[in-house]
Design a protein around this ligand. Structure first.
Ligand code: MN
Length: 246
């Protein structure tokens, strides 16, 4: 069953992460979360078939077609994970800080290019490409744009789980030579750096905060935290917090 593994790995009374629920509506969003867990990595998630198909990308996605980024497929996540930002407390699966690094929409590309260019494909083509291990898609995000491919690695390395893919940027107008992901340490939701999310008292309070009954706002705990942060920043003198040096 979908999300079974997601559920099995988590104790929802101890983590602020959303519960396992398969969405009934089909959507085409994507999210990239920067996740400072045991090892810093980026989680790349595509909304498909009522869940977020997920890959952990140690070096993060790149806009440089020369970079072939290792992407380990992990368990499907519920679509409500889309705007999860905050702290997964210690002793929980994936403990550490999570930033919503990029969001947007995606569309499948037809596996067969027309006159050397990729053109939009169908749902059925997307499902077939995923099953085959060669998924081509176009992203329209705030940071990531253009055509990409996720290609499953055939040769299994010793000790590999057979879940290794490569995330590759295709050549197009959005390609950026020498793309350096470390230059973009800012949440698209809250504008905070990973260090700011990690150190924010507001984030700590989210843990036990019930999120129900807040009307239209989807992630109420997040909206609350951002509102609190805005208020705090307004109240503060204009001496902006200095970013820690790299
Ligand atoms: Mn992760």
């Amino acid at each position: 069953m979908a999300l079974e593994e997601y559920k099995r790995k988590r104790k929802f009374e101890h983590t602020p992460e959303p519960p396992a629920k398969v969405a009934s509506k089909a959507g085409h969003r994507f999210v990239v979360q920067k996740h400072d867990a045991t090892r810093l990595h980026y989680d790349f998630r595509l909304e498909m078939e009522g869940v977020l198909k997920s890959w952990a990308v140690p070096k993060g996605p790149s806009l440089d077609p020369a970079d072939k980024r290792l992407a380990m497929q992990v368990e499907d996540h519920p679509v409500s994970y889309f705007d999860f930002e905050g702290i997964i407390p210690e002793n929980n699966y994936g403990a550490g800080t999570v930033m919503v690094w990029d969001v947007g929409t995606w569309q499948p590309l037809s596996p067969v290019p027309v006159e050397g260019r990729y053109v939009p494909g169908t749902e059925a083509e997307a499902a077939a490409m995923l099953a085959k291990g060669d998924l081509k898609f176009r992203l329209s995000g705030k940071k990531l744009k253009g055509d990409f491919a996720l290609v499953k690695m055939k040769g299994r390395r010793p000790g590999s789980k057979g879940n290794e893919w490569l995330l590759i940027k295709k050549h197009d107008d959005h390609a950026v030579e020498g793309y350096d992901i470390d230059e973009y340490d800012q949440s698209v939701l809250s504008k905070r750096s990973l260090a700011e999310i990690a150190g924010d008292e507001g984030s700590r309070e989210w843990r036990s905060r019930p999120s129900a009954g807040r009307g239209k706002v989807k992630a109420a705990w997040l909206a609350d935290a951002i509102a609190r942060l805005d208020k705090k920043n307004l109240a503060k003198k204009p001496t902006a917090k200095k970013k820690p040096k790299k």
